[in-house]
Design a protein around this ligand. Structure first.
Ligand SMILES: [Zn+2]
Length: 647
């Protein structure tokens, strides 16, 4: 591991210890083998004048909810040192009381709550204190002779603290063990099974000591072998796994399949290797203590989780949901679950580091995680339970669902994909136009160029959806073409067949390809975007109207066939939606002129006299996909501002 310290960058910050603290915190946060997703914490001690002009000694410590990689000045909580040092001398203190007292000792009530390690940072008599959960350090201590092994690496340069629960008792234990100890002989401190601290009186020393210490630990493990393997694909089994796990969570989940050689290699190891516990105790909040092994059933996982709870509870705790957060799938890799793609990705990131560390420790005599009791104490820590009682915040109506939208590069399809995403779904957006890939990207969206009249491309797009998010719950059949007007007498063969291919046949094939996955979906639904031309056709559009009428009839049959499987199929008939690609300003002006209207009159030429937008159609499609229409299938709804021929 290399120091990323840059003298020029740091020079610009020299005047301000807090800004330097931000700088090296971000350097640490940038390195995922040191800290992941909010792990670790840092602090700096500095004095500041108060309202009355008196200098106060403060600890600026990472605020909870902040991530070292992106922390800013305001991410550090300013806490009075005097209070923290007095708290360290208390005999006992409940963690909830500690958190309250720390907040009360802040000089800025608007700052975030200080880290639960604030007291520990305060008692270390160095200006800068850095704390990480470096993979290599934790892996070395998670072995049968872990303490001896790590002592061999660092000798007398660091303090060694046996594992104790984070929070007040850890601060207290360090305080007790270091009475009469001269801290200035140490560069750092190892917390067995937990992580490492480094310190210094300037930002660079503390940071570079961390890099140096971790590099020495990495030297012990970097040459150790890691397993690799090739993934087999079984998308049906993946969708079934997602369904089973979401069933235990009582909510739809995104399933992120890691089929990298490293994940497959790990999955092919002896099954008990993954069943010994997490890399560091704070991962338990994200990953639970152990993963599911695919092949054993989810019921057994639940039973084992409840038994673990019963063995360890003091009788006053509430059992958390028994759903696994990740699965080890021999021959296939690993799968991480979350109520959003982002959450699943956090777990997947943690797993990647855990899988490596486990194998290092195995090679060094055997992976030995903390005891079940210790892990339980963190999982059911009063501070975590208190958060649960506050509730996790309202979730969006389509949270955790996976949607596939066709014709999504513009108009109604684009609006549907955007609104489904805004309502919480992960979205795969398909379009012939490759620009869709730029419109939809990120953890919860994937835009794919796809010609849906190409059977192989269609099948591959459906497979990619399942491969990316683990399954499929919602299908919005929207793609289509609006051919040039022709009377039947003038209708070319090619125009007729192309309209039927695109507007009808490709939808049937798409639906057919999706049904096996929809069957495994969470309250699955299909929304078909048809047309006002179905109930009220116009002259010159036989090819379009017949295809859309055929599509509507297919949807009605699908509603009959799929209803017993819990899959709803409903149809929207939009009309006069002018914010789409086909309605250019020129086309609109031309059409309005033909009817002797202004563009504004033409746009609102319906019973209600309102303009219908793509977003209006998209919101109705989202409603049809969601709980409002939970008991409705086979329905056809106009969205047209009222059309006297339809009414
Ligand atoms: Zn820690």
């Amino acid at each position: 591991m290399e120091s990323q310290w840059n003298d020029a960058e740091a020079a610009a910050l020299q005047a301000d210890p807090l800004r330097l603290r931000v700088y090296t915190s971000r350097l640490l946060g940038r390195e995922p083998s040191l800290v992941l997703h909010g792990g670790g914490n840092t602090s700096v001690k500095a004095s500041r004048p108060n309202l009355f002009g008196d200098e106060e000694e403060l600890l600026f410590v990472k605020g909870s909810g902040w991530d070292l990689a992106t922390i800013e000045d305001r991410g550090f909580a300013p806490v009075r040192m005097e209070t923290l040092l007095r708290m360290a001398k208390l005999e006992t203190l409940a963690d909830a009381d500690m958190v309250r007292a720390q907040k009360a000792a802040m000089t800025n009530p608007d700052a975030p709550a200080p880290s639960v390690e604030a007291i520990l940072h305060a008692i270390i008599p160095y200006r800068y204190v850095d704390h990480t959960h470096a993979d290599a350090v934790v892996a070395l201590t998670n072995t049968p002779d872990g303490e001896a092994r790590i002592r061999e690496v660092y000798g007398d340069r660091v303090l060694y603290i046996p594992y104790v629960m984070p929070g007040f008792i850890l601060a207290k234990e360090v305080y007790r063990l270091t009475q009469g100890v001269d801290w200035h002989q140490y560069e750092g401190m190892v917390l067995l099974h937990h992580g490492i601290f480094s310190f210094g009186d300037d930002a660079k020393t503390a940071y570079e000591r961390m890099i140096q210490l971790v590099t020495e630990a990495e030297r012990q493990v970097e040459k150790l072998p890691l397993a690799a393997g090739e993934a087999a694909e079984d998308l049906g089994a993946l969708a079934a796994l997602r369904k089973a796990v979401g069933g235990k969570l009582k909510a739809p989940v995104i399933a992120r399949w890691d089929r990298s050689p490293a994940a497959v290699g790990f999955a092919n190891l002896a099954p008990d290797v993954s069943q010994r516990g997490p890399l560091t105790p704070d991962h338990v909040i994200q990953t639970k203590r152990v993963p599911l092994i695919v092949g054993s059933d989810v019921e057994a996982y639940e039973a084992a989780y409840r038994a673990y709870f019963d063995r360890n509870t003091d009788g006053k705790l509430t059992c958390l949901d028994p759903a696994p957060r990740w699965a080890v799938w021999p021959g296939h890799g690993t799968v991480a679950f979350g109520t959003s793609a982002k959450k699943a990705d956090v777990i997947a990131d943690i797993n990647r580091h855990t899988m490596k560390a486990i194998q290092w420790a195995e090679a060094l005599g055997g992976w030995r995680a903390l005891s079940e009791k210790d892990i339980f104490e963190v999982e059911y820590w009063e501070l975590e339970q208190a958060k649960l009682k506050l509730g996790g915040g309202a979730s969006l109506p389509l949270q955790g669902k996976v949607a596939l939208v066709t014709g999504a590069a513009s108009g109604i399809g684009k609006a549907c994909a955007e609104r489904l995403r805004a309502h919480g779904a992960a979205v795969v957006a398909l379009d012939l136009n490759a620009g869709v890939a730029e419109l939809f990207n990120g953890p919860d969206a994937l835009g794919l160029a796809c010609d849906l009249t190409d059977r192989a491309a269609l099948d591959e797009a459906v497979a990619t959806t399942v491969r990316t998010f683990g399954g499929l719950d919602l299908l919005v059949c929207n793609h289509g073409i609006f051919p040039d007007g022709r009377s039947i007498a003038d209708l070319e063969d090619a125009l007729w067949s192309k309209s039927l291919d695109v507007n009808l046949t490709s939808h049937v094939y798409l639906l057919r390809a999706c049904v096996p996955y929809l069957e495994q979906g969470f309250t699955p639904a299909v929304v078909v975007i048809a047309s006002k031309n179905v109930p009220a056709p116009g002259p010159g559009q036989a090819a379009y109207s017949a295809a859309k009428a055929g599509l509507t009839q297919v949807a009605r049959v699908a509603a009959l066939e799929l209803g017993p499987k819990g899959i709803r199929v409903n149809v929207l008939h939009p009309n006069a939606v002018f914010d789409t690609a086909i309605w250019t300003d020129a086309v609109l002006a031309d059409r309005a002129k033909r009817y002797g209207m202004t563009v504004a009159q033409y746009k609102t030429n319906n019973v209600m006299g309102v303009e219908v937008t793509s977003r209006d159609v998209a919101e109705l499609a989202c409603a049809m996909a969601g709980p409002l229409f939970a008991k409705t299938t086979g329905a056809q709804l106009p969205v047209d501002g009222g059309n006297d021929r339809v009414i």
